[in-house]
Design a protein around this ligand. Structure first.
Ligand SMILES: Nc1ncnc2c1ncn2[C@@H]1O[C@H](COP(=O)(O)OP(=O)(O)OP(=O)(O)O)[C@@H](O)[C@H]1O
Length: 409
C-alpha cells in the first residue's frame, strides 16, 4: 500500500484524522529532503575518490623541452634530467603547437609527447627583448659625439652601404664592445644604432642567460642568433657580457661549466657569421678587466669603445635632451646644473629632471623652476652617496676634461 492510499483510508475511518496524516506527511517529506541532500553529498564524495584513484593509477609523465621539430611525427626534446631524445607525437597533440622552447609531457617511457603544458613560458621569449625599428636616434644620445662617430663607422655604415666595404675588400667589425660605468648610455647608444639603421633591436642580458635559464644558456645563444638572422637587419645587444665571457681561473662547479658552454656557443656563433651579414653584435660591460681575451680576438669583438661618465659639456647636452619636452621657468640655468652634477651619469641626470618635475607637481605648479632643479640634484646626489657613488672604479673620472663650456655661471 502506498503512503498516500494508507493516509487516505485512515482519514476515511477516522473523522478529523487530517491533522495526524498531515504531520506524518511532513515528517516523511523532511526525511526525503534530508536523504536527497545526503545522496548528493555522497555522490560528490564518490566522484572525488574516483578522481583520486585515477590520478594514483595513471603513470607519471616526464617533463621535457622541445629543441627542434623535425617533421609531423619526430621531435627532438631535452628531458628535464636526461639526454636529448627524438620522440614521436601522440595522435591528440597538434604538432603545429610545438615550437623550440615549448614545455611538453612525455609518456612514462619517454617515447611520445602526450601533452603540451599550458601556461608555461618559452624561455627564448623571456630571455630577450625585441623591438622592431626603435624610435631612438643619435640625437637622443648626449655627450657621446666621439663614440657615435666610432659606432657609425663600425656598425651603421656597413649596414647602410655594404658595397663600400665590398669594393674596398675590407671586413667591418662583427662585434663592438662598449664599456664604462652604469647608466652612461650604452644601451641607449645600441638602440640608437638600431633606430638609425631601421633595424630590429634584440637585447639579451648575459647574467640572465646563465642564472635564470639554467642549463639552457648555450641553446638560447644559438636560438637568439638564429632569430637575429631571421629578423635582419638587426642589432643584437648583449648587456652584461662579463657574466658569460669572463676569464676564469678554474672551471670547478657545474655553474662554471654552464657559463663556459654558453661562452663557447657565443664564440662559435660569432665565428660562424659573415661580417657583411646584416646582423651586428653590440655588447656592453661595466667590467672590461674581467673579459676573457678570447672574446676580444680579431673577428669577434674587435672594436672596443669606452663610454665614460659625461664631461661638463656632455652633461649639459644630456640635460638639454631630457628637458626637451619639459616646461622650464626662465630662471632655469642648465649650465649651472651641469656644473653641480660632476660625476653624474646620463641616467642620474635623467633622474634629476624627473625629480625636479615631481618637485614642481608637489608645489602645485606646472613649471619647473631653478629651485626645483637644485633640490633634485641634492636628492639624487644623496642617493648616489648612499649607493657608494664614490667607488673609484664605477665612477672613474671622464678623461675628456670638465672645462669645455665657455659660458658657465
Ligand atoms: N648619454 C646619454 N644621453 C642621454 N640620455 C642618457 C645618456 N646616458 C644615459 N641616459 C639616460 O639613462 C637611461 C639609462 O641609460 P642606459 O641604460 O643606456 O645606460 P647603460 O650604460 O646601458 O647602463 P648599464 O650599464 O647600467 O646597463 C637611458 O635610457 C637614458 O634615458
Amino acid at each position: 500500500m502506498t503512503l498516500s492510499s494508507a493516509g487516505s483510508s485512515r482519514s476515511h475511518k477516522h473523522n478529523g484524522g487530517h491533522g495526524e496524516r498531515d504531520v506524518e506527511i511532513r515528517i516523511l517529506k523532511d526525511k526525503v529532503r534530508s536523504l536527497t541532500k545526503e545522496k548528493i553529498s555522497l555522490q560528490k564524495e564518490l566522484e572525488y575518490y574516483k578522481n583520486e584513484i585515477t590520478k594514483l593509477l595513471s603513470p607519471p609523465y616526464i617533463e621535457a623541452v622541445v629543441l627542434e621539430v623535425i617533421d609531423d611525427n619526430r621531435v627532438v626534446v631535452k628531458s628535464s634530467t636526461g639526454p636529448n631524445l627524438i620522440v614521436n607525437v601522440a595522435a591528440g597533440v597538434d604538432t603545429r603547437s610545438l615550437k623550440p622552447g615549448s614545455i611538453v609531457a612525455l609518456n612514462n617511457r619517454g617515447s611520445t609527447i602526450v601533452d603540451v603544458l599550458p601556461g608555461r613560458y618559452d624561455p627564448l621569449v623571456k630571455a630577450m627583448e625585441v623591438e622592431e625599428r626603435p624610435k631612438v636616434f643619435f640625437k637622443d644620445v648626449g655627450g657621446l659625439e666621439e663614440q657615435i662617430r666610432e659606432i657609425y663607422e663600425a656598425v651603421v655604415l656597413p649596414i647602410k652601404s655594404p658595397e663600400l666595404f665590398r669594393e674596398l675588400g675590407i671586413d667591418p667589425p662583427k662585434g663592438v664592445l662598449l664599456h664604462g660605468p652604469p647608466g652612461t648610455g650604452k644601451t641607449l647608444l645600441a638602440k640608437a644604432v638600431a633606430g638609425e639603421t631601421e633595424a630590429t633591436f634584440i637585447r639579451v642580458v648575459g647574467s640572465e642567460l646563465v642564472n635564470k635559464f639554467i642549463g639552457e644558456g648555450a641553446r638560447l645563444v644559438r636560438e637568439i642568433f638564429r632569430l637575429a638572422r631571421e629578423k635582419a637587419p638587426s642589432i643584437l645587444f648583449i648587456d652584461e657580457i662579463d657574466a658569460i665571457a669572463s676569464r676564469r681561473v678554474d672551471i670547478g662547479t657545474s655553474g662554471d661549466r654552464e657559463v663556459q658552454r654558453t661562452m663557447l656557443q657565443l664564440l662559435a656563433e660569432l665565428d660562424g657569421f659573415n661580417p657583411l651579414d646584416n646582423v651586428k653584435i653590440i655588447a656592453a660591460t661595466n667590467r672590461l678587466d674581467l673579459i676573457d681575451p678570447a672574446v676580444l680576438r680579431p673577428g669577434r669583438f674587435d672594436r672596443i669603445i669606452e663610454v665614460p661618465l659625461p664631461s661638463l659639456k656632455g652633461r649639459l647636452e644630456i640635460l638639454s635632451i631630457h628637458t626637451r619636452r619639459a616646461k622650464l621657468a626662465p630662471d632655469v640655468n642648465l649650465e649651472a646644473i651641469a656644473r653641480l652634477t660632476e660625476g653624474f651619469s646620463g641616467a642620474d641626470l635623467k633622474a634629476v629632471v624627473v625629480e625636479a618635475g615631481y618637485n614642481a607637481i608637489r608645489r602645485g605648479s606646472r613649471v619647473i623652476t631653478m629651485d626645483d632643479m637644485v633640490r633634485a640634484v641634492e636628492k639624487v646626489k644623496a642617493a648616489l652617496e648612499k649607493r657608494g657613488g664614490g667607488d673609484p672604479f664605477m665612477r672613474a673620472p671622464q678623461s675628456s676634461g670638465d672645462d669645455t663650456i665657455a659660458t658657465v655661471i
